[in-house]
Design a protein around this ligand. Structure first.
Ligand code: SF4
Ligand code: SF4
Length: 146
């Protein structure tokens, strides 16, 4: 099959264009993340499961166990409990369980909280072979272990 001079020039030009793009990319910084050895830094708007915000003064949770989040949750996936200790003005949270298998990450719990005790985590790589692992995320225990 014969090629016209025009086709040969077009083919050569196309080859040069491809080489130019390849060389241009070759000297640019790498964008590939070598997961799991490297992790992405999640943007502030990212929504992982909810976690407690730590009080910078006491180091404890800001939660006063008012149950507003429990009531506001449309998926019924929060259970909160607390006690009022002697000498304290407000209640302290003793139990806060999240069923993450039902959570839609709607944010109602975070918005309704009167003490800003909840925020979304940056946990983007939760993985398991069994969803049972996510039935009960214990926020009190997580804060203690951090
Ligand atoms: S983000 Fe929405 S669905 Fe998830 S726990 Fe909070 S209120 Fe419930
Ligand atoms: S997290 Fe906020 S809304 Fe939920 S029980 Fe604690 S203080 Fe109330």
């Amino acid at each position: 099959m014969k090629h016209s001079p025009r086709q040969i020039i077009d083919g050569f030009w196309s080859l040069l264009t491809g080489m130019r793009i390849t060389l241009g990319q070759f000297f640019k910084p790498t964008v590939t993340v070598q997961y799991p050895h490297e992790s992405l830094k999640m943007p502030t708007r990212f929504r992982g499961h909810i976690v407690f915000v730590r009080d910078p003064e006491t180091g404890k949770s800001l939660c006063i166990a008012c149950k507003a989040c429990e009531k506001a949750c449309p998926s019924d996936c929060i259970v909160v409990d607390g006690i009022k200790r002697e000498g304290e003005k407000r209640k302290s949270v003793t139990d806060f369980k999240l069923d993450f298998t039902k959570c839609s990450l709607c944010g109602s719990c975070v918005e309704v909280c009167p003490t800003d005790a909840l925020e979304f985590s940056r946990a983007y790589n939760l993985a398991s072979v069994s969803k049972e692992q996510f039935h009960c995320i214990d926020l009190v225990k997580r804060l203690e272990q951090e």
